[in-house]
Design a binder for this molecule. Sequence first.
Ligand SMILES: Nc1nc2c(c(=O)[nH]1)N[C@H]1C(S)=C(S)[C@@H](COP(=O)(O)OP(=O)(O)OC[C@H]3O[C@@H](n4cnc5c(=O)[nH]c(N)nc54)[C@H](O)[C@@H]3O)O[C@H]1N2
Ligand SMILES: Nc1nc2c(c(=O)[nH]1)N[C@H]1C(S)=C(S)[C@@H](COP(=O)(O)OP(=O)(O)OC[C@H]3O[C@@H](n4cnc5c(=O)[nH]c(N)nc54)[C@H](O)[C@@H]3O)O[C@H]1N2
Ligand code: SF4
Ligand SMILES: [Mo]
Length: 733
Amino acid sequence: MKLSRRKFLGGAAAAVSSLTLFNFNLLTNSLSADAADPSSETMKTFRNVCPRNCYDTCGMITYVQDGILKKVEGDPKHGYTNGKLCLKGYAYPRRVYSPDRIKYPMKQSPRGSGNWTRISWDEAMETIATKILDLKKRYGSTLPICLDKYSGNFGIVHYGIEGTMSSLGYTTRAVGTPCWPAGIDAQTYDFGTLYSNDPEDMVNAKYIILWGQNAAWTAIHSFPFINKAREHGAKLVVIDPILTSTASKADLYIQVNTSTDGALALGMARYIIDNDLVDWEYARANSIGFDEWVDYVKKDITLDWASEKTGVPKDTIMEIAHDYATAKPASMWVGYGMQRHTNGGQNVRIIDALGVMTGNVGKSGGGVNYGHLETWGFNYNAMVNAAPKGSKGFIGPDGKDGDRAINMNNFAHDVSIQSDPPVKMLWLACRNPASQDPDTNAIEKMFASMEFVVTVDSFFNKTVEMSDIVLPATTHFEDWDVMASYWHYWVGINQRAIDPLYESKSDVEIAIELSKKMNTLEPGSCTFPTSGTPEEWLAKEFNPAIHQMLGINDYKELIDGPRKANMPSASWSDGQFRTPSKKIEIHCELAKKNGLPALPIWVEEMKTPEKYPIRFITPHPQHALHSQFQNLDWMMTTNPEPKVEIHPVLAAKYGIAEGNMVKVFNDLGSITVKAHLTRTTSQNVIVSYESWYKDSNFNVNYTLKAIPSDMGKQATGNDGLAFHDNFVMIEKA
Ligand SMILES: Nc1nc2c(c(=O)[nH]1)N[C@H]1C(S)=C(S)[C@@H](COP(=O)(O)OP(=O)(O)OC[C@H]3O[C@@H](n4cnc5c(=O)[nH]c(N)nc54)[C@H](O)[C@@H]3O)O[C@H]1N2
Ligand SMILES: Nc1nc2c(c(=O)[nH]1)N[C@H]1C(S)=C(S)[C@@H](COP(=O)(O)OP(=O)(O)OC[C@H]3O[C@@H](n4cnc5c(=O)[nH]c(N)nc54)[C@H](O)[C@@H]3O)O[C@H]1N2
Ligand code: SF4
Ligand SMILES: [Mo]
């Protein structure tokens, strides 16, 4: 039976939970003990925002004495994060003052040797600018220079990294997002864009489904709102192939076969139709193609099929279908984990249709919630720079010069195949492809083939190890910025709380330095402005629409506290969908034009290859944010080594015992990691959380093929990655 029920904090769960809390208190107490008295007259406080790629984008209060960051706390004025941070957030002082921080510009020769020497900023800029001008002369354009930037820091001023490139001319750009593209396209096809209910509005839900979403680790601040709804009687259902920390808190946990969520949702739809629970009035008034889809469900879908496909008992499918359709309102939160499949976007479209058929879209306490970009209407001033006069670029369909876009989600491959001109130089900032991209061997080979690699970062990570020059980046406490969230609706200012440590500079300051050098060596070769204080750069990002949305007249008002956008708590409550038809497009011609099914119908999941019968899922870790945080001393104490989680039955088949070293491998590569036997995963799935451990070569992506998900191109330029359609074999090492 693939179903288990847990009472919230009942039995063993309560014991584990209080233990965790106990350890956590110890940790925070020791931090407070280290810190000076917050009420001391010499203590200054600043407002910061955690700029990581995290749902929560927490407001922070930073305590500084004599120019030293003493401690960080959650900002009580932030209505969503409510004065609390996660463990990573509380560990920030360990990051700022980590002895492992990159302190100065450094060069490595030869690349990959570990032979680093400190250089001055002037030498670094001279070397980089000379190389850029040399490439431009040799190839007639700056297209041989390729930028890969993603989610190290999502601050708006950090779009100056893109600005660094556009001010040089037309360059090659890694385009796309590994996070959420298939789901974005699914919601774009259905609703016109992604737009979610305010997560604080979950308190009004009577029933909540977290579908492939591990909020207890990846969005912890949503839990108080979920719990409040539960205090009022709402039920929490978690659907995930792994019994995650989130699942352990649920009233009902459903262990679904991976990549079959669409089949589960269609089984639910069949039950809802058969039992006359459809909100025909809402669905017919607000969507197109609804009846056509209902006909498909009636003709093609049975509960027996859905149960067989998903591994979920028929009774359970009926139970959640009934409860979801009758709870009014019922909220769904679709996670990014579940769309990382070859049919991931399509599965999201089917889940969207469930929301529509039950009239849960556009309602407070409802929604098919995935994320939004409604509060991101800044000027992106640091990003927009005209190319220098006479710049030659990639000729687009419009006949004009432009950047050359390559696929961020197939980076190693796409960089390698460029020939006219080839890519010769990489600029990496806020990005660690050597840890985070699929097919690490291919990434290493591609890096080795480059003429010149510059990385801007704060730690000597795997990408830095493959670079010629590294430039030291400030942390967000050393910089001005403004931060919006892709989940909640608060916007906060990030003050410079301490001076930049050592010789570190922000990405915009680096662009300024580079521009000065470029223009000295060849006047007019770079358009990036050569002046402006960090706060002036920040001020330029605001506009009247942002002011109005936040109810402020000046960005400085945000120093008094973050502001929430003045918007309805229920997305789509006005019924103004942003599709071509202005209705929800259950039948979507745009999807059809893009080679996808017009309707939210079932698309087969990727089949398990015979040679590699075990699925290897590598989701997001608790103590790290990708390659960030886990390398810090506190995290290494809390979580000293990586593990692979294996079901005892599967482990027995391969003669593997708890604590054995296990080789996980496929055609692409292998990793060797310690086994942890657990029934939280199923018998054909092993799990390891992606992370960069200090002094370790552990990297799940050595085994991961760059297989695209089904959607993403329409809204984000490239399809997503089917990270969780990865198959391996295991043996005792
Ligand atoms: N602590 C922490 N927080 C983070 C991050 C982090 O690295 N660490 N990363 C941030 C970023 S960049 C992102 S994109 C988000 C991602 O946050 P989430 O949306 O929570 O995504 P994941 O943790 O990748 O995956 C969530 C769950 O999806 C499940 N899953 C995988 N395949 C399937 C499937 O076929 N069906 C179903 N139902 N479930 C499936 C996985 O088992 C996993 O438990 O989190 C952000 N927050
Ligand atoms: N196997 C597997 N792989 C995955 C995923 C998965 O689920 N499984 N998830 C994918 C997802 S959803 C994502 S979002 C990607 C994340 O991929 P990345 O965005 O590359 O991930 P990070 O580890 O956050 O690395 C960013 C780097 O930016 C640096 N950085 C931080 N702040 C700054 C700054 O202000 N300036 C500069 N210049 N650098 C800075 C950090 O030190 C870090 O080295 O990983 C993807 N990879
Ligand atoms: S990592 Fe996420 S939860 Fe933790 S402090 Fe940063 S924004 Fe908040
Ligand atoms: Mo992500």
